[in-house]
Design a protein around this ligand. Sequence first.
Ligand code: CP
Length: 307
Amino acid sequence: MSKLSQRHLLGIKDITRQDIELIFETADNFKDVINRPIKKVPSLRDVTIANVFFENSTRTRLSFELAEKRLSADVVNFSASGSSVKKGETLLDTVNNILAMKVDMVVMRHASAGAPHFLSKHIKANIVNAGDGTHEHPTQALLDTFSIREKLGSVEGKKIAIIGDILHSRVALSNIFALKKLGAEVMVCGPPTLIPKFISSLGVEVELEVQKALDWCDVANVLRIQLERQQLKYFPSLREYTLYYGINKKMLDDLDKEIVLMHPGPINRGVELTSDAADSHHSIILDQVENGVAVRMAVLYLLAGAA
Ligand code: CP
């Protein structure tokens, strides 16, 4: 099988294990390509892709743009700041105007959950969700699980603890869907106020003590506290959060086994992770970023029907 079951990538919830494995196999090939002296292939020549970002991003936006350029696509970038969105233009009008310029694919980040799903019902172009509110961030979960497979040989049967602000995290939800589809055991850990009530229904364990989560897992995927999405106070202070949920290198060194440390970025150094942990031999944080380009090349290539 060399085709995805969907023509958009809106969320991991909508795709199959076979889709994920196809993306991984395709990304393996593209990882070889981007490590060659000539990092470019002509696969998406004559395909035009718009990166439409209504919310801030460093990694995802750069990674998509590099992936597109390495596939030889034509690329246009749009940011809400400085655009006619500020004059009251709707999401649909904005995107339809971009598409009128003969754009084939839209990579979209939006603060509202469901924004790319809404668009997919109204436009013909392929859509890739680059993060919608607190809902899903499918390419982050694909690059995270690809990085676990690369480091540990497979995802099946591995114990993954997702630690931090689960409530506001699209990365957590997409990772849970991807990890469960690939046969991993999943635990979420954080303060009770930052763990959604529905989470057990997704087949994950809940642990409130970070030391127990570290003792249990093969991989700790640590998430940042998303203060910008918190309307209420979910814990007394950042200092108290760090005291109970912060991870430092000594905690990792003192475990009776090696575990892999991950973080999707951006890191709040000194809050969820100390610098000595983030920069330690346990960490594969920059491998995740490197793998992001190959995984996004695979997603764009497969959605464009180039396979
Ligand atoms: N991991 C991630 O989505 O980072 P950005 O917000 O910088 O894109």
